[in-house]
Design a protein around this ligand. Structure first.
Ligand code: BGP
Length: 458
């Protein structure tokens, strides 16, 4: 069967500044944390060792072209643009992003730009990061500067990439700096991120720019183990905490009432100001990026909560290891392609069918060299992963879902936070030592699919 996609469908991939650019001025929390605890990073490899996009951006854009991308998302690094977060703009950084954006446009690759992809300037973290409302204002100023500098040539902006992840990593589960475990502080960070998002949207609207503004959320559909009310309730609470805590404010302009009631009941609500709700209402977006990697399967708890333990989302559910689920063993994530369809249908039926696209989807695999045939990685599993997800995406579109494109994580194998180079995601293999780039089989498959705007499958 042939799966054809709508005209002007966005085919591309996503990356981020810190994961690709390489060592430069402007310290982020990652540089700071790595200098102190390199053991937290796979094989002790830190954010200085990247695919050197800062040097190789021009030839890399040629490679994007070879992959027939018509669009590409990367991020601007706040710390590199404004090293202390609030003061002078670094002119060299401005020149770099101008060149990248211009070259993408010249090559017919529409730039999609994210303003914050996990990379908090250390100077901002030093005054409390997202816990401090001054950082919210500093971010809004940074966003405005970016719109003024690049807003005439960038028509698709994203305030944040996966804003729930720094909340989970930094304030609940200890896999991002500042390694705090404290739900109330996590809730404050999440809340202030939503305010920062809304302020950026406000600034964008006030500037009457030609493009559109959105956010990228990692939506993990929550599936209950059974239809037993206790399992269903567990899935509902997980959905409220991990999806709807951002999805509702950015699409509906307000928080779900039951999330607010739940946090209130456990005295975990962040401090709110009376003017906040009007601001949040102004943060409604034009375009939603959906990152989808894995579903969340949950069941009700089997054991009682230890009342002395720190309050955690898991007070309300246990993770459910569904027998026989298909796993990506390297990343430990379930592979469940229908999830992409369920997300789109949920957006269609419950959120007014917003303009959206798949902004990340992908499969990280360890030691891909073992699949080299005639000098090229034959990553059949990745082609299978993509085509399976695309068939479900196609079904969503044919049923009226407003999905405008599909971007993969990622373009060239890159540095992945604490996992460094453990799992490789790229269409293009990177030799970290020599910086040599070699297109994988999946890159060729994707290039053909993008060119034909379709693919064939039995
Ligand atoms: C997403 C992030 C990316 C990327 C990807 C792969 O959550 O937006 O930055 O890293 O996941 O995940 P990981 O690197 O954790 O394997």
């Amino acid at each position: 069967m042939k799966y054809a996609f709508p005209d002007n469908f966005w085919w591309g991939s996503a990356s981020s500044a810190l994961q690709t650019e390489g060592a430069r001025e402007g310290e982020t929390t990652w540089d700071y944390w790595f200098a102190r605890e390199p053991n937290r990073f796979h094989n002790g490899v830190g954010p200085q060792q990247t695919s050197t996009f800062y040097q190789h951006w021009k030839t890399d854009i040629q490679l994007l072209k070879q992959l027939n991308h018509n669009s590409f998302r990367t991020s601007i690094s706040w710390a590199r643009l404004i090293p202390d977060g609030i003061g002078e703009v670094n002119p060299e950084t401005v020149d770099f992003y101008h060149q990248v954006i211009d070259e993408l446009n010249e090559q017919g690759i529409t730039p999609f730009i994210t303003l914050f992809h996990f990379d908090m300037p250390m100077a901002m973290q030093a005054i409390g990061g997202w816990e401090n409302r001054e950082v919210v204002d500093a971010y809004a100023r940074y966003a405005q500067i970016c719109f003024e500098l690049f807003g005439d040539r960038v028509l698709h902006w994203f305030t944040f990439n996966e804003p729930i992840v720094p909340v989970e990593g930094g304030y609940l589960y200890d896999f991002h700096y500042p390694n705090v475990v404290d739900f109330r502080r996590a809730a404050t960070v999440a809340y202030h991120t939503v305010l920062a998002h809304a302020k950026a949207v406000q600034a964008y609207r006030a500037g009457h720019y030609a493009g559109e503004i959105g956010i990228v959320l990692n939506l993990t559909p929550s599936y209950p183990r059974s239809q037993n009310p206790a399992d269903v309730k567990a899935a509902h609470i997980a959905d409220l905490m991990f999806n709807r805590s951002f999805l509702d404010p950015v699409l509906r302009g307000e928080y779900p009432a039951d999330l607010v009631a739940l946090l209130k009941a456990y005295d975990q609500l962040p401090a709110c100001k009376p003017e906040d709700s009007a601001l949040i209402a102004e943060g409604k977006i034009d375009l939603l990026g959906v990152n989808y990697y894995q579903p969340r399967r949950v069941k009700c708890r089997d054991s009682a909560v230890n009342p002395q333990a720190p309050f955690m989302p898991e007070w309300f559910f246990d993770n459910y290891d569904m027998p026989g689920r298909k796993m990506n063993p390297y990343r430990g994530w379930e592979i469940y392609a229908p999830g992409i369809y369920d997300i789109l249908v949920n957006l269609r039926d419950n959120y007014g069918n917003p303009r959206c696209f798949i902004s990340e989807n992908g499969m990280g695999v360890e030691n891909e060299q073992r699949f080299i045939e005639n000098g090229q990685i034959n990553d059949k599993y990745r082609i299978e992963f993509i085509s399976e997800h695309l068939t479900w995406l196609h079904k969503g579109i044919s049923e009226g879902c407003n999905c405008l494109g599909y971007h993969m994580w990622t373009f060239i194998d890159n540095w992945s936070w604490c996992n460094a180079y453990k799992n490789r995601y790229g269409f293009i293999q990177l030799d970290v030592e020599t910086q040599q780039r070699t297109i994988k089989k999946s890159g060729e498959w994707f290039a053909a699919t993008a060119l034909n705007n379709s693919f064939e499958q039995e």
